[in-house]
Ligand binder design. Structure first.
Ligand SMILES: [Zn+2]
Length: 241
């Protein structure tokens, strides 16, 4: 069976599975990327990525609740829940969709040294912006893709821009860009995406090894823009085609 044919079938199945939904009744799981111990990337000023993910997830949850939506926060206190279990937990709690929240870095070859807070830190101001990932191994690939497209479109409309550095053909990158305009990549082996029994998308909200963007992503204005974009994307995703 050709991969292309398989993809077409998955698209068809995913498309068939979707029916219109009421955004106010549709629980969206917000996965706090990484955990307190294995915290992911380190920012230009030495902060753990997990803290950025945690803070944004809480903001998203508050904002969505205020808009009458149903956010469901996964691993809010930095619990070390295996990636392969997170989606199952979300589904068991009634979620219809999973959004995994992360903040981005760059490959070691791009990192430079600087002094901050009396310590030597690593940074790269070369890249900035958001990116979105979907896995074709997810059982609801078409629905995942559709949510990612809506979220990318809403983030663009908010004035944010995508980063395309994950497509560079170098070790650690080389991801397939599905929609360059939206910073939307295919990354089949991301565990949180392919092991989730729900449509699932991973958002890298911004590049925290970038010294300016590290500050930007911590502002209430930025977090409010992302939250509004998630709400808009959910509404549009729920509209049946
Ligand atoms: Zn991460």
């Amino acid at each position: 069976m050709s991969r292309h044919w398989l993809s077409a079938c998955l698209l068809l199945l995913g498309g068939m599975a979707h029916a219109s939904c009421d955004p106010a009744q549709t629980a969206i799981a917000l996965d706090t990327g990484h955990d307190k111990q294995r915290y992911g990337a380190t920012s230009a000023r030495g902060l753990p990525e997990w803290q950025f993910n945690h803070d944004l997830v809480l903001h998203l949850a508050e904002h969505l609740l205020a808009l009458g939506r149903r956010p469901l926060v996964l691993a809010p206190a930095g619990e070390a829940i295996p990636l392969t279990e997170r989606g199952g937990r979300a589904a068991a709690q009634g979620a219809s969709l999973l959004l995994s929240i992360h903040h981005d870095s760059a490959q070691p070859r791009y990192l430079q040294r600087w002094q901050y807070g009396g310590d030597e830190r690593r940074y790269s101001d070369r890249f900035h912006g958001f990116s979105l990932f979907v896995s074709e191994r997810n059982g609801h690939f078409a629905e995942s893709l559709r949510f990612a497209e809506q979220l990318g479109t809403a983030l663009l409309a908010a004035g944010l821009s995508p980063t395309l550095h994950h497509a560079e053909p170098i070790p650690g990158e080389g991801r397939q860009l599905l929609e360059p305009r939206l910073g939307l990549y295919r990354f089949d082996d991301l565990k949180i995406l392919h092991s989730t029994p729900l449509p699932a998308v991973l958002l890298e909200a911004g590049v925290i090894v970038n010294r300016d963007e590290e500050l930007l992503v911590q502002t209430p204005a930025f977090r409010a823009e992302v939250a509004q974009a998630v709400a808009t994307a959910l509404d549009r995703w729920c509209q049946a085609e």
